[in-house]
Write a protein that binds this ligand. Structure first.
Ligand code: ZN
Length: 591
């Protein structure tokens, strides 16, 4: 066995300044903010990461508080579908209307709308009209041959547009311009899901992206019609958007992070700008709508809660080097690897030539910069571990991030660990492992993140499809809100993530964090492939920070090239903008 020890070569352990600001949305009624109005937008099959992979300026305006003067935006890109049904459409759309889970509304699967217990658990539109018969309501749906009338209330202005989302939005825009404008409306658009089933959700197909972007253009007409209302300045709009599920390849509908990581956006005058705390859920939208109208919900026993008032306790730091604990941009010095950032040329003895073969210079960054190659062969265990990493996960509020570039060419029939502190020989053992070759319930084999739980079970996140022979970016982030994020940045520039609840995760194993091995360092399957630009932080990275590192890597810039960037230039404000000139970027940060 050959296991070597990597020193902690860069320790910049500044305390992470949490962006804590909590201020609940207050029930509106007819307040000074104006006459309450609500629009709930339901996009079928919209992955959370579609928000960065697609050009959706209208959604971005809503999310980032830039829709209209006086309007704020709250967003979450780790939203959740309902917990007690698989990621199917009807179950979640019922919840987006009535604010309760499947145990109450009884719709667990598609085409079960007839089972919906709408009398016991009426839609928020019905509840609004019950409270005030003068409130005008509307539910428009474009869902192909389905009869999506889950409201089961003739007082609601229902209309089915088949698959014509454009006609649907034109219709609603016209309604908003006329005397029959609804005070509360739900707008259900099937388009992304329809295309995702045919052409794929992840890895993102061009057709899926086009469908999401077409939805956004159609939404833009509705939003413009709202803003053009003669009475707009006297109105208090709350506009929310979410989805029923995401998707993987051409599928969805199982308990899986690809299906159950969703976008949620809340735009309104009293919404708190920024990333929402925790895991907002799609069924929170109707509850939040009722609160906006000042409806007393105390006896309703809804499962949804009011969202848009509480910010995440974590977010981007001032600079990338905050909390950076280990960093390995490798430079060759004989059989040693030298840290290139700080205290150089302090050699980090990485052991035998098994670890670094100068004839195999496949770095993501330049041909003369070697990457880390975990060598070894069957029966010869090799790997490396991070010094002092055992205690890093012994905290009730996880605070960890790791980014790296991975190049793998082989089909892995075993399950080699790319990074891990988990004992892979014991299923359900504490700790986590990023592995190659495993799969979840219905995904194909790929790159998985697995963690043990207090129930002694393993939870698997992903998988992400392997890009054979190409450098692909990965990141793992654990947040104090018990979110477990797993990212992939692909060679085509698409940036994907999934996020899982980690409330019962046991991330500390008592074993150090290894590269190319499991936590014991004695696992029989080495990761005999390539790693590059490996960085570990003792704080969570925001989505914007992770995307900054990915985008920089595509431009051959390493983490060490980003250390001085002032993130106050808006990594998180910019991450949503995928255009080249938006400048996630290095150049902008160096100004
Ligand atoms: Zn759906």
């Amino acid at each position: 066995m050959t296991i070597v020890r990597l020193g902690s070569v860069l320790r910049i352990g500044l305390a992470f300044a949490a962006l804590a600001a909590v201020s609940p949305v207050q029930a509106a009624g007819k307040s000074a903010a104006g006459k309450p109005k609500v629009l709930i937008i339901m996009w079928d099959g919209c992955r959370a990461d579609a928000i960065v992979n697609c050009n959706v300026p209208n959604l971005r305006k809503l999310a980032f508080g830039k829709w209209q003067p006086g309007y704020n935006g709250a967003w979450s890109l780790c939203g959740k579908s309902i917990d007690d049904a698989r990621g199917y459409s009807f179950a979640n759309h019922a919840s987006m209307l009535n604010g309760v889970m499947a145990a109450k509304h009884d719709v667990y699967f598609n085409h079960q709308h007839a089972r919906c217990r709408a009398k016991e658990w009426p839609s928020y539109l019905t509840r609004l009209m019950d409270a005030d018969p003068k409130i005008k309501t509307c539910f428009l749906y474009a869902c192909g041959p389905c009869d999506w009338n889950l409201c089961a209330d003739d007082r609601v202005h229902n209309k089915n547009f088949g698959l014509d989302c454009t006609g649907e939005c034109d219709y609603l825009a016209k309604l908003y311009a006329g005397p029959d404008a609804p005070d509360a409306a739900s707008l259900y658009m099937e388009h992304p899901d329809d295309v995702g089933h045919k052409k794929g959700y992840y890895p993102t197909s061009p057709e899926y992206i086009a469908a999401v972007e077409e939805n956004d253009r159609n939404l833009g007409k509705v939003l413009a019609a709202i803003a053009a209302r003669p009475t707009f300045k006297d109105e208090d709009w709350l506009i929310m958007m979410s989805t029923d599920h995401g998707g993987y390849h051409t599928m969805h509908g199982w308990r899986d992070t690809h299906s159950q990581t969703t976008p949620i956006i809340v735009a309104g005058k009293r919404v708190v700008n920024g990333q929402m705390a925790g895991f907002p859920r799609n069924m929170d939208m109707p509850t939040t709508a009722l609160a906006h109208f000042g409806i007393d919900m105390s006896a309703m026993n809804l499962d949804g809660r009011v969202i848009g008032g509480e910010l995440a306790s974590w977010g981007p730091a001032k600079s990338i080097d905050e909390g950076l604990a280990w960093y390995f941009p490798m430079l060759a010095k004989g059989k040693y690897l030298v840290n290139a950032v700080k205290d150089g040329p302090q050699a980090v003895n990485i052991g035998d030539e098994e670890y670094f073969n100068p004839n195999r210079l496949f770095s993501n960054f330049a041909t003369n910069k070697p990457c880390l190659w975990i060598g070894g062969c069957s029966g010869t265990v090799v790997g490396a571990y991070l010094e002092d990493s055992v205690d890093m996960f012994l905290t009730p509020k996880p605070s960890f991030a790791m980014t790296m570039w991975v190049r793998t060419s082989a089909d892995a029939n075993e399950e080699p660990c790319i990074v891990a502190n988990k004992d892979m020989s014991r299923p359900g053992s504490p700790g986590f492992a990023m592995t190659c070759g495993d799969h979840t319930e219905r995904t194909g084999p790929g790159i998985c993140l697995k963690f043990g739980t207090s129930k002694g079970e393993d939870v698997k996140i992903g998988t992400f499809d392997v890009e054979k022979g190409k450098w692909t970016f990965y990141a793992i982030v654990f947040t104090p809100e018990k979110q477990i994020w797993f990212y992939q940045g692909r060679s085509d520039g698409k940036f994907h993530w999934v996020c899982e609840r980690g409330g019962n995760a046991l991330l500390a194993s008592g074993l150090p964090l290894h590269l190319g091995q499991d936590g014991t360092g004695a696992y029989k399957y080495n990761y005999s492939q390539f790693l590059d630009d490996i960085a570990v932080w003792k704080r969570p990275l925001s989505i914007g920070e992770v995307k900054l590192i990915f985008d920089a890597g595509r431009k051959k810039k390493q983490v060490k090239d980003l250390l001085k960037i002032d993130l106050k230039t808006g990594a998180d404000a910019d991450f949503i903008d995928t255009t080249e000139k938006a400048g996630i970027g290095i150049e902008k940060g160096k100004k």
